[in-house]
Design a binder for this molecule. Sequence first.
Ligand SMILES: NC(=O)c1ccc[n+]([C@@H]2O[C@H](COP(=O)([O-])OP(=O)(O)OC[C@H]3O[C@@H](n4cnc5c(N)ncnc54)[C@H](O)[C@@H]3O)[C@@H](O)[C@H]2O)c1
Length: 263
Amino acid sequence: MGLLKEKIAFVTGAAMGNGEGIARVMAEKGATVILADINKEAVFETAKTIDGAVAYQLDVSDSAKVKEVADDVIQKFGRLDILVNNAGIARMIKVDNMDDALRDLHWRVNVVGCWNCTKAFISHMIKRRYGRIVNMSSVTGPRVVDPGMMGYAISKAGILGFTKAIAIDVAKYGITSNAILPGYFLTPMVRHSAHETDPENPGRVLDGIAGKVPLGRFGDPKEIGYLAAFIASDEAAYITGTEFLIDGGSTLPETGTMGVLDG
Ligand SMILES: NC(=O)c1ccc[n+]([C@@H]2O[C@H](COP(=O)([O-])OP(=O)(O)OC[C@H]3O[C@@H](n4cnc5c(N)ncnc54)[C@H](O)[C@@H]3O)[C@@H](O)[C@H]2O)c1
């Protein structure tokens, strides 16, 4: 319960999926959570189900609105201890139609969104000489990739670079910045991607993914929450500029065919 006692945490993309899982766990660990999401109805509904939570409708790619919300948070709560830059989108892009608009959309939401929120809160963290920044990257881009992921992959690799760059700049203030690289977690985003892959039979795609994970299943968004809560805790004070892979072993197999099997 006490890991994040008395901490104030701001989680973007928190209406559903991984952001919701992170917000729930952080609240369970004692934090006051502020949920921000572009989906107004969903974010207010989700906040109602989390003790003491507050919600904002926010498009993270809108820098003026991000600043307005951040100023309001600081005015109401007096500080921000934990920033979780989780909001993100994923759309397929075909290599024979490298859609510039979709490339820019990934960049704007996934990378610039992360930039905007960090920019809006960082001076407050620096002033207090305390802060935990947790950025949602992915195994997709930094580690592995499937066809059609080029817009998403460059954004997730960009987040990793941003995480490290911020980490070095704010280390002298005792502020940490780290990235989480999830494998597959069963969220609305993944259901949407499965539908884009095979609109006739998205269940086949989902079963195929789960079957290839060494631990034999999708991750549960709350499992990302447990990791994020640790990275955001006082106990993680000496961890910065690094990457946390959480993928049920999905990036482990080297060939998928070589090796001696048991049984
Ligand atoms: N689910 C996975 O398997 C997986 C794997 C690796 C990384 N991730 C990352 O985790 C994060 C969350 O993914 P998810 O699977 O929960 O997605 P999701 O689509 O299920 O949920 C994303 C949430 O972000 C919100 N959002 C979208 N655009 C926004 C914007 N411009 N401003 C504010 N909020 C916005 C959505 O409304 C939604 O509530 C993303 O950054 C994603 O890239 C997910």
